[in-house]
Design a protein around this ligand. Sequence first.
Ligand code: 5GP
Length: 219
Amino acid sequence: MPSATQSGAERTPGKLFVVSAPSGTGKTTVVEALLPLVSGLAMSCSYTSRPPRPGEQDGVDYHFVSRERFEQMRDGTEFLEWATVFGQLYGTGATETRRRLDEGLDLVLVIDVQGAGQVRRLDGTAVGIFVLPPSPAVLEERLRRRSATHLTEAQLRQRLSVARREVEQMPDYDYAIINETLEDCVEELRCIVVAERASRRTRAGAGEAVARAFREWEG
Ligand code: 5GP
C-alpha cells in the first residue's frame, strides 16, 4: 500500500525517485503518463530561470523566476539541488519537497545528472533511474522534430554532445530504462516504483510493526 495512505503513527516519509535522461529522450512524457497509474506519487515542480515555452504554465511545468530571484534563492540555500543546464538555472525547492515527503507522498524529480548526484549525496535512499533513447540516431531524430518548434541547429548539436557525456553517468543510477515505446517505458517505471515501495528497506517501519504484533500475539 502506498505510504501516502498510511495513517498517523504508521506513516513513513515518502521516497524520492530521481529520473534523468538526455534532452529529447521523452522523460517528462513518460513520467506524466506514469502519475495517473500510481497513487501517492507526484512529480516535483522545479524552479528555472529559462523563459516559458509556448503552452507552458507557471506553477505547472516549472516555477518560472528571474535569474536574480533564482540566485537569491540559491544563495539562501532554498534548493535541495540545483544546476546550470544549457546556460539556464534549474533547481528543486527544498521546503516544498520536504513537506510533501513528510506527508508521505513519493516524489519524482525529473532532473539532470548534476542535480541527481547532489540528491544521491543528500539522501542515500533516493532511487535513481536513467532513461536512455534506443540509439544516438533516434535521439537526433527526436531532437530534430523538436527543433522545428524551439531549438536552433546549434542548440541541437549542443544537446547531442551533452547527451554523450550524460550517458557516461548511467552507472551511478540504480535502474536503466530504454525508451523504445512509451507504453513499455511507462510500465517499467511503474514496476520500479511498486518494487521499491515493497523493498524491505522502504517497508522497515510498517514491517517492524507487524513483526512486533506477532511477538506480542497470544494466539
Ligand atoms: P528543459 O528546459 O528542456 O525543460 O530542461 C532542460 C534540462 O533541465 C533537462 O535535462 C531537465 O531534466 C533539467 N532539469 C529540469 N528541472 C531541473 C531541476 O530542478 N534540477 C536540475 N538539476 N535539472 C533540472
